[in-house]
Design a protein around this ligand. Structure first.
Ligand code: FNR
Length: 368
């Protein structure tokens, strides 16, 4: 049953990513062009630091799969591509392993193929501390992700209906595991209020994983006999909306959900993310063209992120938070309603540090 679900998620998610570069709210973010960038490519470092974690590139393959023979092969190929390009990588939810230890190798293959890489284990918000530790141990994981996915569970025919324990469980795991803990959504976004709650629970990093890319309301509707919940297909906040909502919250954030190309990566970093990740697009790439296609895509993204940072005069990913950006359209309307000030973003390269604050994820602009 679980293995079938995992295979269906892969099938339906890949279908969603057959259309390329469809509009999403990242298109409502643009940079003010300044013709003198003032730096050379050799001045740019892609290294990023956040929540006690350090990555050489601000890019990661986000959580997807494992638990069936087919998804074990996918995890193997994703891990090889991560190893070849130096990007970090997460497993999918390790619930199938807790239910049946015989599928362990569909997850541990990631560590086997990528012995020195940065690997994140992934569990659901019902997991006990003991399960979280088992997940980390199996992969010798460098960090742990907990996914919070109320809307997906709601639409999923066999999904959870009880969510009261999630907060206390997250708090226990934050105190009970030795590796950094990242709490993530699965494509519906994390609000400012949720980020503040997570911060109080001792979570070190949040991955906003907003809407605009893989849509799990649609996937679970596709799995139902009747798409009873199809009216939820537009639920949630986009990734750039979440990043703007997070301005001024003293918790490092990662950006995933609808990241389509290197410009979206750079936009996310400019809005304060410490790194940007993608899932569905990388999955489609590896299924269509195998490991070489994904290695080629990731390598070109790394190359082009560096090129764009050079053009924008940003020496580091955090340096992008001093670039002038404009917020348009629906994204601007979201900001207005949420009381998020955006005008200062358009002129921040000229301002002193009064609109910024410092954390261990370096300097991030932001006041409301
Ligand atoms: C996912 N995602 C996911 N997330 C998670 O925390 N645990 C999981 O097991 C899964 N499973 C999963 C399967 C498949 C096939 C996909 C495509 C995605 C969600 C994923 O990590 C991410 O949050 C969303 O997919 C949004 O990013 P993209 O796909 O728009 O780049």
């Amino acid at each position: 049953m679980i293995a079938e679900r995992k295979d269906a998620h892969v099938r339906f998610a890949t279908e969603q990513h057959r259309q390329r570069n469809v509009y999403n709210q990242f298109d409502d973010v643009s940079f003010v062009h300044h013709a003198l960038s003032g730096i050379d490519r050799s001045d740019v470092s892609l290294a990023t630091r956040f929540g006690g974690i350090e990555w050489q590139v601000p890019l990661y393959i986000n959580a997807m799969t494992g638990g069936s023979p087919k998804t074990g092969v996918i995890n193997r190929d994703l891990a090889i591509a991560a190893r070849e390009t130096g990007v970090s990588i997460a497993t999918g939810s390790m619930s199938p392993y807790f239910a049946d230890e015989s599928v362990a190798d569909t997850f541990s293959v990631m560590r086997k193929e990528n012995p020195d890489g940065f690997i994140l284990a992934n569990v659901n918000a019902n997991a006990t501390v003991e399960k979280a530790r088992r997940a980390v141990d199996l992969l010798q994981a460098d960090a742990l992700q907990i996914h919070v996915n109320v809307v997906q569970e709601t639409v999923m025919p066999e999904g959870d209906r009880s969510f009261a324990s999630w907060g206390p469980r997250i708090e226990e795991i934050a105190a009970g595991v030795d590796v950094p803990l990242i709490v993530k959504e699965v494509g519906f976004g994390l609000s400012r209020e949720t980020l503040l709650q997570l911060q109080k629970m001792g979570v070190r990093v949040a991955d906003v994983s907003g809407s605009g890319g893989t849509n799990f309301a649609r996937i679970e509707n596709d799995r139902r006999d009747q798409p009873d919940y199809s009216y939820l297909n537009g639920w949630g906040q986009s990734t750039p909306a979440c990043l703007l909502d997070a301005q001024g919250v003293d918790l490092p954030v990662l950006a995933s959900g609808g990241v389509r190309h290197p410009l979206d990566v750079v936009r996310a970093l400019a809005l304060g993310a410490s790194a940007a990740g993608a899932s569905g697009l990388f999955l489609k790439t590896v299924l269509d063209g195998g490991v070489p296609a994904l290695v080629s895509l990731l390598s070109s993204w790394i190359d082009q992120v560096k090129a764009l940072m050079t053009a924008l005069g940003a020496r580091t990913p955090a340096g992008l938070t001093r670039c002038d950006v404009l917020v348009h359209g629906d994204l601007r309307a979201f900001c207005t309603d949420r009381g998020i000030e955006t005008r200062w973003l358009a002129t921040r390269s000229q301002s002193d540090s009064t609109n910024s604050y410092s954390t261990d994820h370096e300097t991030i602009g932001g006041t409301r």
